[in-house]
Ligand binder design. Structure first.
Ligand code: 7RM
Length: 635
């Protein structure tokens, strides 16, 4: 029996139990049967969860790009690997076959080597969502260079701090990038960043927007002429299972971003296995994840997971609102997309618009639709289910983190019955537990607690670049011997998990623990409300009280504000209880969000407290201007 694919609910439980009883045998079999190795492992896993030391597939030798590309060439050489859909719908889509991807990655790998990049060197990739981004990532992996993709929306100072933290030797960028009706001057941002980056020796520049840029003598090189001269064959570097594959920065709760380090073999096995199962991937599917490769979702589920399975993966350069709010659905229709994976923030933004934008297009190719990045509220879940999935394509609400490398808790489509707002069951190999304040494991169902994982899985991050102590303290100290996710969750009567949000989003009002997510859910159901964020602020009597920041729908704009406030509180009262009523309600036109769509509650909390002095690390903030507006109108 193969463990690579789960085919039924009964089999899910079989595989799950196998992975509990014999995790080594379970992963051994998956790794053995589905990848090509130069040399197999001596031992499946070795770990010390107290010291945060984890190793998988010890002493195995492998190259992830041989598994993503080379091994598919015999059977799928002409099949489309990457389907590039440009920002401008009038620009032609590009179908890059596996053969062509091989050529492009080999050439790029040879260019990197000829420019002095060696195994173990760090390369910062700061590119828009164009094929060169995926090619650069894979070329690094091919020669054993550690890629550090920085989302091409970060500011110069954010780039500089990431480049310096991991001492990158090279930056790969573009003259500019297209995003909706804007162009972004990427090279200019890099020029500014590199004034403070002494370790960078070379930058390679892709031509995308044809804007004029400064090329610094001795440092900056146009990429295309180098590629034109490069050899289209490249012998992949033989990597140890635990050699670093990439660094990806994720914002910490304070100060400096954390460079999460992922290694080679475990990440490969885990991203491939989870992709296959969570998206019920079958040969011939056209899979589309709308994330940016600058986030972990793009690493695992645009590049590595799909290519490891020989899939066709759509790479979309644009945004959901350009040229209009039908773009996502136009692309699904145009390329007959079978799996569509996006974030609740995008779903909510589109749900605010007329659903005619969806109905204009034929979405009948869709089989599975997914959600990732934050808790999906009930209203958005239903909109997604009704208008996009047409109640026939299951929604996979996938819970995971940059740190976990791949999806951890999610329904398996056509196997696990879905339940709105629930990520449902752990994937085989994943052992979640809920912990109480006294650090005891909470047994049984219908319980809430802090979400931990009590056994290692292959895809987990191994350390924070340059700071193992911080890795240990952040993830392995709160509950000794367990990985602490930082999220809270509830387990319902059948054992389904619902992620309620970061544990620090819990507010204690008059001694009651209130998760802000369910309150936001309730508020968002009010017909006049588009989106909301709730935080606690100190209160003389209650200890804490609740402050609500609320965005109205267009239809709510004309309503009397005082009446609306009353209605919203009555709504909360009847949905959750009077204890969850808001003391203060401020109507806002936007919420401070990270570039990946997560609300930065830390900033809202400061504003609610009336402390405007130090908002901490705001480099990941997408819309700094909204902070000023919210501050000015604070109640
Ligand atoms: C993949 C990703 C991780 C944090 C995580 C959660 C939240 C992600 C869900 C979710 C509820 C989900 N990586 N989160 N997915 N919360 N339901 N399906 O987003 O490192 O950027 O963020 O995102 O709080 O800890 S991430």
């Amino acid at each position: 029996m193969s463990y690579y694919k789960v085919h039924s609910l009964e089999q899910y439980f079989k595989h799950y139990n196998k992975s509990l009883r014999e995790p080594r045998k379970f992963w051994d079999r998956i790794a053995d049967e589905n990848f090509t190795w130069y040399q197999k492992w001596d031992k499946v896993v070795e770990f010390d969860m107290q010291e945060a030391e984890i190793k998988w597939f010890l002493n195995a030798k492998v190259n992830i790009t041989k598994n993503c590309i080379d091994r598919h060439l015999a059977k799928r050489g002409d099949k489309t690997a990457i389907l590039f859909e440009p920002n401008n719908p009038k620009e032609e889509a590009q179908h890059i076959s596996y053969n062509e991807l091989y050529d492009r990655v080999c050439k790029m790998a040879n260019v990197l080597r000829s420019q002095g990049v060696e195994k173990g060197d760090r390369v910062c990739i700061y590119l828009p969502m164009i094929p060169e981004l995926a090619v650069a990532v894979l070329a690094c992996a091919r020669i054993g260079a550690i890629h550090s993709v920085v989302f091409a929306g970060f500011s110069a100072s954010a780039v500089a701090s990431r480049v310096n933290d991991s001492e990158c030797k090279m930056v790969i960028t573009a003259d500019g990038g297209f995003r909706g009706n804007k162009t972004i001057a990427l090279k200019e941002i890099i020029d500014e960043a590199l004034e403070k980056c002494p370790t960078v020796e070379k930058t390679l520049v892709v031509k995308r927007t044809n804007t004029n840029v400064n090329m610094k003598e001795g440092r900056d090189l146009w990429l295309q002429p180098l590629l034109d001269k490069a050899d289209a064959n490249n012998v992949a570097e033989i990597m140890d299972a635990e050699d670093p594959l990439f660094i990806l920065y994720t914002s910490g709760s304070t100060g400096k971003p954390k460079g999460m380090l992922h290694t080679t073999a475990g990440y490969m096995v885990y991203s491939a296995y989870t992709f296959k199962n969570v998206f019920a991937y079958e040969e011939g599917d056209v899979y589309w994840c709308t994330a940016d490769i600058g986030w972990i979702t793009g690493h695992s589920y645009i590049v590595y997971g799909p290519l490891l399975n020989g899939a066709t993966t759509v790479l979309f350069e644009g945004v959901p609102s350009y040229p209009d709010f039908g773009r996502f659905w136009e692309v699904v229709d145009k390329h007959k997309v079978t799996q569509f994976y996006t974030a609740p923030t995008a779903i909510r933004a589109l749900a605010k618009e007329n659903w005619e934008w969806v109905n204009k297009y034929d979405l009948s190719s869709l089989k599975v639709i997914g959600s990732v990045g934050e808790p999906i509220n009930e209203e958005a879940w239903h909109w997604y289910n009704d208008h996009v999935g047409k109640k026939k394509s299951p929604i996979v609400d996938t819970w995971w983190q940059t740190e976990t490398g791949g999806i951890m808790i999610s329904p398996l489509p056509f196997i696990t019955p879905t339940k709105p707002t629930y990520a449902t069951l752990p994937l085989p190999g994943v052992q979640p537990v809920l912990m109480d304040d006294k650090r005891n494991e909470i047994e049984g169902n219908q319980v809430v607690g802090s979400l931990c994982i009590k056994f290692p899985w292959p895809g987990m991050a191994r350390t924070i670049w340059g700071d193992h102590q911080r890795f240990k303290e952040t993830y392995f100290s709160a509950y000794p011997g367990k990985y602490f996710t930082g999220d809270g969750a509830l387990r319902d009567e059948v054992g389904y998990y619902r992620i309620t949000g970061r544990v620090d989003d819990v507010v204690i009002v008059s001694g009651h623990n209130l998760g802000t997510a369910p309150i936001e859910d309730a508020i968002n159901e009010h017909p006049a409300v588009a989106e909301s964020a709730i935080v606690g602020f100190p209160h003389d009597v209650k200890g804490n009280a609740l402050y609500g920041f609320i965005i109205l729908k267009e239809s709510g704009e004309s309503r009397d504000r005082e009446n609306l406030k009353k209605e919203i509180n009555e709504h909360i009262s009847s949905h959750i209880g009077p204890i969850a009523k808001l003391d203060k309600i401020q109507f806002v036109t936007g919420l401070p969000k990270t570039r990946s769509g997560k609300i930065m509650r830390r900033i809202l909390r400061k504003i609610a407290e009336g402390d405007f002095s130090n908002f901490g690390d705001t480099t990941t903030l997408l819309n700094p201007e909204i902070v000023e507006e919210i501050k000015d109108n604070r109640i």
